[in-house]
Structures are given as C-alpha cells and as structure tokens.
Unconditional design. Structure first.
Length: 402
C-alpha cells in the first residue's frame, strides 16, 4: 500500500497571474507521487477550497476578490472549516507552502498533528527573509502578527525547507530545497537568429524586486546613442497592472515601440514568444528584498527552454554554465545594453543545448522532491529505537535544531 501525503497550499488555481506558482505546486505534487506517495491536495479556486478537484468549501464570494470577507475567510474561517469537512487522519507526510503565521493556521497544524502523531510535517518557506517583499499598512500588520505566531510552529512541525542555506529558522531545523520546474513537460525553444535586433523576453507576476525599471532606464540611455547598430526589443509577459510607474515610464521615455506588455500566455502561445527570445530577463532587483541570493522559477524556465538570460542576484543553481549567462551588477544602476550586446555576441553555439541539459539534470521536481523526502525520512529512521530518557527529551530536541 502506498503512503499517503497531504499537500496544502493557499494558492488559487484559477488566478492567471499565479500560473507559475500553480505549476510549481503541481510539480511538487508529481515529485511526491514519483517517490511512492498517494497525494491529496488542499488548495483554492475562485469558488472556495478544493480537495483535489472536489469543491470542499463553497464561498459566496470570489476568492480573488480583495474584500474584507475574503481576508476573513482565508485567515480565519478556512482553517476552522477544513477539519469539519475533511478527515485529516491516515497520512504519513504533511507538506505545505508557508503562509504568514496566525492563530488559526497553528490550530489547523495542531489538528493534523493530533490526527497523525507519527507523520512528518514539513513547511516550505519559498524565500527568506520575506518581510520586505510586500509593502503597505495591512501587510505590515500581517508581518507583525507573523513574527509573534510563527514561534509556535516549532512545537508542531518537524522541518522547514527553503532554497536558502540556513541550519535553523524559527527554532526548527532547515533542509535546503532549491526551486525546481516540471522540466520534462517543457520543450526547448525553436529559436532562429535575426540580424540587427536583440530580443529580450521576460515572464512573471511582476513586482518591484524584479527590477524592470533598470531595463527601462538602460534602454532609454541606449536609444539615445546615435551610432547604435542593433535595435533592442523587450517583451514582458504577465501582469504589470499594479506597477503604474512602469506604464508611465514606457511613455515618458518614448519606449512604446521597444517595450511590449503582453498578458499572461500559456502553452503554444507562450512557446511562440520564446521562439523569438535571444535572451531571457531574470531577476534584476532581488537585493531590494534583502536576499543575498535567490532561486527564481523564471531562471529555471529560461534554462529548460534553452534560453540564455540576464540577471543580477546570485543564483547558485547555475554553477558550471556561467559562460551561457550574463551577470549584471546587483544594484539600482541602469542596464548597460552595450555590455549586454558584447557578452551576448561572445556566447558559444552550444549554449542553448548546454543550459537545457543542465536544467534537466538539476531542476526537475522529481529529483528535488526525492532528495527532500530521503532526508526527512533518514532523520526519522535514525531516531528510531533511540528514545532518550524523559528528562532529556527537551534537550535532545534543542540539539537537533541547532
């Protein structure tokens, strides 16, 4: 009989802006299934909470709506209702994507722990530190509450996993788990060289830490040169509506013919855009969140498609293929497109094949999740038959976490 795992993510599968995140969650689920788990998913859709594909909790409002009712449901009622609608027992593994901690989340985690005392409970923190990722009064309150309530997780969970290199967070041991991608399902781009133009393509749910302003500032400076021989065209795929300054800058800098904003694309339509990509646009502003390094999903998607890319925040996942990438200063300076063109023209003919081969070897969710499961199960197997005396239990737990 296969082992059972419950995968929990407060991610809306119907939100086109979060398609990359949805694909990540589905990739992690497939990775768990590939190592022998029967996986149940708890996630969201516009109409409420899903258990796999069954609507478990129906809401009278759309989950994507930015209303007080939505916040009340997501941060209170949802975690109260799920155990009433669903049996949480019979699982060997709990894996969740971290949401900011609050009392109802901890109540839900405790319910699962009591129902499955022998299960391994693991929560993924996609990036840390995360306090600078979002701004605003409401988000600042959420961060303050998170700092208070996340301390309680150390009494419930077994591990945290995160792409960063930490030994402990919030009093819990940490397993390093880089970002991956559904590598086997993405075909390489059918790229053809076009003389006299450099075409850059970026995909994402764009935020201030992606550094799009550096692209626009650099492109304005480059276009003011009178002796340029190459046109630079930028295509940004994904929502930028929340970034009004980007729209204003494109107009004020006269870049309408050089920067194209494209809505979210899927499947063949997205493949066609990448077929015309000479370079991908990676993370150019990650330093704004205080992160020393990162493992962006977009970098991995470019690589699996065989598309070289520009980026600035260090990404340890690309050791050995640096000659197929363009690393830029990790600061607010405008992109120097003269330098980008020089480096791009020095790329070898085999760069695209080399990047794809690297991605297939290192970024498959099946490989990454198998390593994670092996590590957490190794810890449990090593602890079997080594029950310490009752008066030393707390000391043993603390030594494991340090």
């Amino acid at each position: 009989m296969k082992k059972r795992a419950l995968y929990y993510c407060r991610v809306n599968r119907d939100d086109p802006a979060g398609i990359g995140l949805v694909r990540k969650c589905l990739g992690q689920v497939e990775g768990l299934r590939s190592v022998g788990f029967t996986v149940d998913m708890l996630w969201l859709c516009d109409d409420g909470v899903l258990f796999n594909e069954r609507l478990l909790i129906h809401t009278p409002f759309k989950i994507r709506s930015n209303t007080c009712w939505t916040y009340l449901f997501l941060y209170c009622l949802m975690h109260w209702l799920i155990p009433m609608k669903l049996s949480l027992s019979g699982y060997e593994l709990f894996f969740a994507r971290y949401e900011l901690a609050h009392p109802f989340l901890l109540r839900f985690l405790k319910k699962f722990r009591r129902s499955n005392p022998g299960a391994r409970m693991v929560v993924e923190i996609p990036s840390y530190p995360y306090e600078n990722e979002m701004k605003g009064f409401l988000r600042s309150i959420q961060y303050q509450l998170d700092r208070v309530w996340r301390r309680g997780m150390r009494h419930i969970l077994d591990f945290l996993v995160t792409p960063g290199y930490y030994q402990e967070l919030f009093g819990l041991p940490v397993i390093t788990m880089p970002n991956g991608i559904e590598a086997e399902r993405i075909a390489p781009s059918n790229w053809k060289y076009q003389r006299g133009v450099l075409r850059l393509v970026g995909t994402g749910n764009w935020r201030m830490w992606h550094g799009l302003d550096r692209i626009l500032n650099g492109l304005e400076f480059y276009n003011n040169k009178t002796n340029r021989t190459t046109d630079i065209i930028v295509k940004l795929v994904g929502p930028t509506n929340y970034l009004p300054e980007i729209h204003k800058a494109i107009k004020s800098k006269g870049l309408q013919n050089y920067v194209k904003l494209i809505p979210v694309k899927y499947g063949g339509a997205l493949n066609e855009i990448f077929d015309e990509a000479d370079l991908g646009i990676g993370n150019l502003g990650g330093f704004r969140t205080g992160l020393p390094l990162g493992f962006p999903l977009k970098h991995r998607e470019y690589a699996i498609r065989g598309v070289p890319f520009i980026y600035s925040m260090p990404d340890p996942g690309f050791q050995g293929v640096e000659d197929c990438l363009i690393v830029l200063p990790n600061d607010d300076s405008p992109i120097d497109f003269e330098e980008v063109l020089k480096k791009w023209n020095r790329f070898g003919k085999g760069c695209r094949e080399k990047l794809r081969a690297h991605a297939l070897e290192h970024f498959s969710w099946k490989t990454i999740m198998a390593r994670m499961v092996a590590e957490i199960m190794k810890e449990r197997n090593e602890s079997k038959g080594k029950e310490p005396p009752q008066d030393s239990l707390s000391a043993t737990k603390e030594s494991m976490r340090s």
